[in-house]
Design a protein around this ligand. Structure first.
Ligand code: 5GP
Length: 204
């Protein structure tokens, strides 16, 4: 059973939800799990100046652009929010998001903390959720195991992660990512969705 969109008999009110949390906490895995239950959910695809990682597909994980294009988009006011993170720029294109909300789709952004603050200022009705690791050691281990960053970048991301976790009080809710499915179901619940019995066949 999946989450139903607004409409006759709907259980979900369209709204914007922001999920933040330190690098390596598992935001992408939790969001993917949420979408599995809730395929009608609109998940924003960000623009970034970072190079694609192995396995990432353009226009699915991110729209990859150079700094000149990113700067032009800032000038034209085409971002709901944007931020520099670990030496690269990331931003949420505002037009697709507004279009989704306008037709009543619930929407989800997966962004870092500076961006979450900007969303709070621009759309105070947004729900801000911080995804946190069960412990600092778990986060450190996940970043090392992931192996997608060199040691210097990993160190930089861990420094930023400490500051991000300090911002937890600015968020409406905290979800501990001790288990991807459990965290996803808690997030859906916070977003106002209702999920039926967990399908036994969902691969992990
Ligand atoms: P990564 O390089 O690991 O994909 O992303 C680095 C950080 O940037 C993550 O915390 C991710 O959630 C965040 N991020 C991704 N897209 C956006 C965006 O559009 N805006 C902001 N502010 N942060 C983003």
């Amino acid at each position: 059973m999946t989450v139903r969109e607004p409409g006759p008999g709907a259980v979900v009110r369209p709204r914007l939800t922001v999920v933040s949390g330190p690098s390596g906490v598992g935001k992408s895995s939790v969001v993917a799990e949420v979408v599995w239950f809730w395929p009608q959910l609109f998940v924003s695809v960000s623009m970034t100046t970072r190079a694609p990682r192995g396995g990432e597909r353009p226009d699915e994980h991110y729209h990859y652009v150079d700094r000149a294009i990113f700067a032009r988009m800032i000038e034209r006011g085409e971002f709901l929010e944007y931020a520099e993170y670990a030496g690269n720029f990331y931003g949420t294109p505002v037009a697709p998001l507004r279009a989704a909300l306008a037709i009543g789709r619930s929407t989800l952004l997966e962004i870092e903390v500076q961006g979450a603050r900007q969303v709070r200022a621009a759309m105070p009705e947004a729900l801000l959720v911080m995804l946190v690791p069960p412990s600092w050691e778990v986060l450190d281990g996940r970043l090392s195991d992931r192996g997608t960053e060199d040691p210097a970048e990993r160190e930089c991301r861990l420094r930023v992660a400490r500051a991000e976790l300090d911002a937890v009080g600015e968020f409406d809710a905290t979800v501990v990512n001790d288990d991807v499915r459990r965290a996803a179901l808690e997030l859906i619940n916070l977003m106002g969705g209702t999920v039926g019995r967990t399908p036994p066949t969902r691969p992990r």
